[in-house]
Write a protein that binds this ligand. Structure first.
Ligand SMILES: [Zn+2]
Length: 417
């Protein structure tokens, strides 16, 4: 079997023929496979502007297109682009089916690299196929942009809106993701986390889309609440369990930190190494951590222990099925915690009281969307933003997020490598 036969199997395009492949060398003198492509006799080129056929005006210098490597050899296609005398657009460069726009990377290679970039870091993909980080990035970007242009958002009814910290310093993103229909995917992302950022996202989504949203889930961030009220007019606004649990955990941790510092000054290190003992769910503790917890449990004079007990009591709130009794329990809990003399906990109570209705919406809505999804998406997004893949800028991060979490449609090829 010849290489040409193989190429015709995986990369056949009407109007073009492959010449016999041969060995050549790149700039560094490394051997590679080179294939010249030429238009089939009497075929017409396609205008890159309007997509219509036109007769050939002249030829541009030969251009190189990188193809999927084969058995450790780089493969390149060479082609002299025609300029087309288009009756609508004038003289324009032709558009070739194996590559997009001015890209020197063939669609097949872009998809191949982007596919690998889902399981390996971009750097690693670049190393492994000897194409460099930038080629990998360009490939992922091509696939993501294609997917974003093709995706269909019309059946999205439930969304989550979150702020995500990224990079060094106080940098945040606003992310919107889908929570319904068994699909968890990233829908939008933008820089900053103020109301203008969310407004911009909703502008992009369009008014009709906004009116189709029936459930929206956010954290307590005031900037978002305002926009949600103003623009997602048909949506029930929910404060998800995940955000509340996180807030309560933060309060408990603050109590522990303050107390640990106080005790350290007195020369007592009773709370040393206890951070996760108080934060984790009891059932997730290691044996050592369980022993540590048991060791301090009878010392009720410790503020950290009291805070932990309040946290445990709060767990029961989620067990209720009747919103009526859940609300009663919440109020009772708040009343008690308010008298705990633990300042971070009291602050938590104030927040709960201010958002009581949104919290209670969680009980109304939990049949419609799965609450674990909020936590899951939040984790995944955080993981990607933290990965040191060499995401030098926001634009790169955005592409990476969509690539990993967008569930985007992909360009179809005759062959998957
Ligand atoms: Zn044209």
């Amino acid at each position: 079997m010849q290489l040409k036969t193989l190429l015709n199997r995986v990369e056949k395009h009407k109007g073009f023929v492959f010449e016999m492949p041969c060995f050549g060398a790149d700039e560094a003198g490394r051997e590679r496979i080179e294939v010249r492509v030429r238009p089939r006799a009497r075929s017409k080129g396609v205008c890159s502007c309007c997509g219509g056929p036109g007769s050939t005006y002249d030829h541009l210098p030969e251009r190189r297109f990188d193809y999927v490597p084969l058995w450790g050899f780089a493969v390149v296609l060479w082609y002299r682009m025609r300029r087309i005398d288009c009756k609508d657009c004038g003289v324009k460069a032709e558009c070739v089916p194996w590559a997009a726009g001015k890209s020197p990377v063939t669609r097949s290679l872009a998809l191949f690299l982007a596919d690998w970039a889902k399981v390996l870091s971009w750097q690693e993909v670049g190393r492994r196929f000897d194409v460099g980080w930038h080629r990998v990035f360009e490939s992922v970007r091509y696939v993501v942009e294609w997917g974003l242009a093709q995706r269909d958002l019309s059946d999205v009814r439930a969304i989550g809106i979150d702020e995500v910290h990224f990079g060094k310093g106080q940098k945040y993103l606003t992310v919107v993701y889908q929570l319904c229909g068994g699909v968890r995917r990233l829908l939008f992302v933008t820089k900053r986390h103020d109301s203008a950022a969310l407004d911009a996202i909703l502008d992009e989504a369009g008014e009709d889309w906004c009116l189709g949203i029936t459930h929206v889930c956010t954290d307590m961030w005031r900037a978002y609440r305002k926009v949600v009220r103003k623009r997602l007019l048909n949506a029930m606004h929910i404060l998800d369990r995940f955000h509340i649990v996180k807030l309560l955990n933060d309060a408990v941790d603050q109590v522990r930190r303050q107390e640990a510092a106080r005790l350290r000054k007195l020369g007592v290190d009773l709370l040393k190494g206890m951070k996760y003992v108080f934060l984790k769910r009891p059932e997730n503790l290691t044996e050592n951590q369980q022993a540590a917890l048991k060791g301090v449990m009878n010392k009720r004079w410790l503020a950290s222990v009291r805070a932990w007990l309040w946290k445990q009591k709060f767990q029961l709130f989620w067990e209720y099925t009747s919103p009526y009794w859940a609300r009663r329990y919440l109020r009772q809990w708040c009343k008690g915690a308010m008298r705990s003399r633990l300042v971070p906990l009291k602050r938590f109570v104030t927040t709960m009281r201010r958002h009581e209705d949104l919290i209670m919406n969680w009980f109304e809505a939990r049949k419609t969307y799965s609450s674990g999804a909020v936590e899951g998406m939040n984790r995944k997004i955080n993981l990607i933003t933290r990965k040191a893949y060499g995401y030098r800028s926001y634009d790169v991060l955005k592409i990476a997020l969509f690539h990993a979490l967008g569930h985007l449609p992909e360009p179809e090829l005759t062959h998957r490598f």
